[in-house]
Design a protein around this ligand. Structure first.
Ligand SMILES: Cc1cc2nc3c(=O)[nH]c(=O)nc-3n(C[C@H](O)[C@H](O)[C@H](O)COP(=O)(O)O)c2cc1C
Length: 509
């Protein structure tokens, strides 16, 4: 039995299909008898009639087009602009993903240095799965707070020990995923604010270095910039990079939250002479990013590799991963103790993390969320007695000081943000980072789109955002009655729906 909807649609499409033939004839008659200019319409309707015949009777790949003709085509067009219609007209201020308009607006205001207060009340509904910070009856005075200072490499007494002075750092995003203007604006903003920026896995950080900020050089599984022809570590290249004044630390990326356990491919068509030079790869050949470093096949070889990078670089060196199996992490930590090699920091990236491009199944279905993973990593390091020998960095939608302090309460020492900084640069969440068509010129290499991203203006916004986050960090800490983020613990957060061990599964919104 046909549904009422199907009967209506059939009638509509029959009328529409006959209708364009009638319109074609009417336009032809008007062109003949009234004015020649009507023949423009005659031609347009004639083309539509021809296309309609093609859609209905020739092509076989689209059933809707074959059954309903140009009305179905209209539906495809409306569907294709659905995201924009929803974003601009229909979605409420709190429902867009990954970041609602309310959350994005908070970053935009901070970045523009606008009044960050709001009136009447919170726009968020009370959610029992969300963490809240616990405040104290006895707030401390803001001027009693310890200055933020996390020393990395101090436990190894390195001459190169690095001091992180802001609670937030710019997380890894490579030149490649980002265009050069975006990289330079971020790096200049970091320099202005005295903050630290991760280079991402794009190889030699040419555009980062132009701005003179402190950098964490990231080495992904393809080891761009520091690879031998067969994809192993080229120790000489790493040593040369590590000797640069701006490079303060090295991060070995084992995995990232958006696509843990997934390698990648840089197709030869995308390898320009500049990218080939910066990444240290050959033009005309596809480059494979393996799912893991070729040197790292088990706990023993992974720890040995960390030790090798520490030795070659002479810099504080850490690892980045998204947690999958806590038992594997515990085994890795036990191997660190056995070999006497402990990374100087561990970056825990939540499964909700962002990316330039990843398969949807990986974005949606794999990897522990940050607020699940952090307490596990922190606890295992405590249990195994090495927590005081390294720092934990955390990333995963930590775009406000409140979320950053929640992460610090669950074990992090410093927060990282990637997408928070894209928003500060003016990202409108068009979700096109993988298409080279970013309308605000951030994740694109098209000069005509990058043109709109003015480096000086956006650098100031990045600096404003860092400073506003630091300001909020101080105010919230004071309200929590704590003189330093390093004193925070699970006691400082409140999870309404559960006890002290199982943390909420829902990601922060
Ligand atoms: C455009 C883009 C490019 C990224 N590139 C890298 C990368 O090169 N290496 C890496 O480890 N993570 C990369 N990430 C992941 C971020 O560093 C970060 O771990 C993740 O997005 C979580 O932080 P967020 O929620 O603040 O964005 C990228 C993310 C984005 C949005």
């Amino acid at each position: 039995m046909k549904s009422t909807f199907a009967i209506d649609l059939e009638k509509m499409s029959r009328t529409a299909n006959v209708g364009i033939v009638v319109l074609f004839l009417l336009a032809g008659a008007a062109g003949h008898f009234a004015s020649f200019y009507f023949h423009f319409l005659t031609v347009a309707f004639f083309l539509l009639v021809l296309l309609n015949v093609y859609w209905r009777h020739v092509q076989t790949s689209h059933a809707l087009l074959a059954n309903f003709g140009w009305l179905a085509q209209l539906r495809y067009i409306v569907e294709s602009i659905g995201p924009e219609l929803r974003q601009y007209l229909f979605a409420s201020d709190t429902e867009e993903r990954p970041f609602s308009r309310v959350k994005r607006a908070e970053v935009y205001r901070k970045a523009k240095g606008l009044d960050a207060t709001a009136a009447f009340g919170s726009l968020l509904s009370y959610d029992r799965t969300e963490l809240k910070l616990r405040h104290s009856f006895y707030p401390v005075d803001e001027d009693e707070l310890e200055p933020f200072d996390v020393a990395i490499g101090a436990s190894r007494q390195l001459d190169t020990t690095y001091h992180i002075r802001h609670p937030i750092m710019i997380s890894a995003m490579s030149y490649g995923a980002l265009g050069q203007n975006a990289v330079r604006a971020l790096a200049r903003g970091a320099k202005q604010a005295g903050a630290t920026m991760n280079t991402g896995e794009g190889g030699h950080p040419k555009y980062h270095l132009m701005e003179g900020c402190d950098l964490i050089f990231q080495m992904g599984t393809a080891k761009f910039g520091v690879r031998t022809a067969d994809g192993r570590l080229d120790e000489d290249k790493l040593a040369a990079l590590a000797a640069l004044d701006a490079i303060k630390m090295v991060e070995i990326k084992l995995s990232q939250g958006a696509k843990p356990g997934k390698g990648g491919l840089l197709p030869k068509e995308k390898i320009t002479p500049e990218i080939a030079e910066l990444r240290g790869v050959t033009m005309g050949q596809d480059v494979v990013s393996p799912a893991h470093h070729v040197e790292c096949v088990d706990a023993e070889s992974t720890v040995a590799f960390i030790g090798c990078v520490q030795r070659v670089s002479g810099l504080p060196t850490g690892i980045k991963f998204c947690l999958g199996r806590p038992d594997e992490f515990r085994a890795l930590v036990q191997e660190m103790k056995r070999q006497g090699t402990v990374p100087d920091f561990i970056t825990v990236d939540g499964g909700e993390g962002g990316t330039g491009a990843a398969p949807v199944s990986f974005l949606d279905e794999i990897g522990l969320p940050l607020f699940e993973a952090l307490p596990l990593v922190h606890r295992i390091l405590l249990d195994e007695g090495i927590r005081d020998r390294l720092a934990i960095f955390a990333s995963g939608k930590l775009i406000s000081a409140g979320k950053q302090l929640q992460a610090m309460s669950l074990g992090a020492d410093v927060a990282y943000s990637a997408r928070g900084f894209l928003l500060a640069l003016g990202c409108i969440q068009a979700l096109q980072c993988n298409q080279n068509t970013c309308p605000v010129g951030i994740t694109t290499h098209q000069p005509e789109l990058q043109r709109g991203l003015d480096i000086a203006t956006k650098a100031q916004r990045v600096a404003n955002y860092i400073e506003a986050l630091h300001h909020d960090h101080v105010e919230l800490l004071a309200a929590m009655g704590s003189s330093s983020a390093r004193l925070l613990s699970e006691e400082n957060v409140y999870a309404p729906s559960q006890g002290p061990v199982s943390w909420p599964v829902r990601e922060p919104s």
